[in-house]
Design a protein around this ligand. Structure first.
Ligand code: GLU
Length: 315
């Protein structure tokens, strides 16, 4: 097996040279200002070290990758009761689709599509002021990354507050079905701000580490969730983490993963590593174009797919 350091350096160089970079999301105007010629990869290992390549020290908007961490918090608060208000099935629809919500009486298909993540945020908000709920989410990420530099990009949050008409429609629709408990504006305020959390690839890889190591963060030694819960969150990432591109991601990369429209992907190699990649240009499903390609190369070269390592016959 090749050295991880060599593979990461090769991938960073290959990605820097590629002319195809995807298209930066513009429906949140502030994200449209990000330079598409950036790429970062960070691999956090069990001994607490990280192997990085590209623009690893640059902070980016994690957007929907934050939904992995809000799901973890909400499961901690509500346990399996969470599954009464959000499902665990892939949607096969776009990330902000409203179509299934009507047929399924306001219960979102899974916690990673926007409707599901808004319901998860509502769970965290219950019994708290929006500021407290947001503070709890931010502190959780700082704790997991073991780094107080994780912060909220207020310009991105304000930009989404101004342009988040689809999310307002989803939240109001769910409120109409009695699925949302709190004031819609408060829920959305917390949701927009946790999507606007900004971190580096190195910080994000470290934050995801507990999912690769049976719920325990190997760098800090803290047990974050039980091994069973970590396994289940990974299962939802594998089946639902890339919206209507989840099947393609499993086929090509073969890892539990969660993408965000800021161009980040967090991928988990159970028992081995937590990997963060970032490149702002997206493919047609709204997932990072180069991020997905980089992960495909990493899993192939390291033999890290959960479905088995490549053999000589793979060529
Ligand atoms: N804040 C984004 C939205 O709600 C998140 C979507 C994403 O990252 O996929 O539209």
């Amino acid at each position: 097996m090749p050295q991880l350091e060599t593979v990461v350096a090769e991938i960073a160089a290959e990605m820097a040279a590629r002319p195809d970079r995807g298209t930066v999301a513009t429906y949140i105007p502030e994200l449209g200002r990000v330079d598409p010629n950036q790429f970062a990869i960070a691999v956090a290992l069990e001994d607490g070290s990280t192997v990085c390549g590209g623009d690893c020290g640059t902070s980016f908007s994690i957007q929907s990758v934050s939904k992995v961490f809000t799901l973890t918090l909400a499961l901690g608060l509500a346990g399996d009761r969470l599954w009464n208000r959000v499902g665990r099935e892939p949607s096969g629809s776009r990330f902000n689709s409203i179509v299934q919500l009507e047929q399924e009486r306001g219960i979102p298909r899974n916690p990673f599509i926007n409707a599901g993540a808004i319901a998860v945020t509502d769970t965290i908000l219950s019994g708290h002021q929006p500021r407290e709920a947001l503070g709890e989410i931010l502190r959780f990420l700082q704790f997991l990354a073991d780094d107080d530099g994780v912060h909220i990009d207020r310009a991105v949050a304000a930009s989404e507050e101004r342009s988040g008409f689809n999310n307002r429609a989803l939240a109001n629709f769910m409120k109409g079905f009695g699925v949302i408990e709190n004031t819609v504006d408060y829920v959305l305020g917390v949701y927009f701000h946790h999507c606007a959390i900004a971190m580096t690839a190195r910080q994000l890889a470290k934050a995801g580490s507990f999912l690769a190591h049976q719920g325990r963060n190997p760098a800090t030694g803290h047990s974050v969730v039980t091994a069973e819960r970590a396994r289940r969150i990974n299962a939802i990432m594998l089946t639902c983490g890339h919206y209507d591109g989840s099947g393609e991601f499993a086929y090509r990369v073969g890892l539990p993963g969660k993408s965000g429209v800021g161009g980040a992907i967090l991928a988990i190699v159970p028992g081995k590593a937590s990997v963060a990649v970032w490149s702002p240009g997206l493919d047609a499903s709204g997932n990072s174009h180069l991020g997905r390609i980089a992960l495909e190369k990493l899993t192939a070269r390291m033999g890290w797919s959960v479905f088995g390592a490549p053999t000589m016959a793979d060529g």
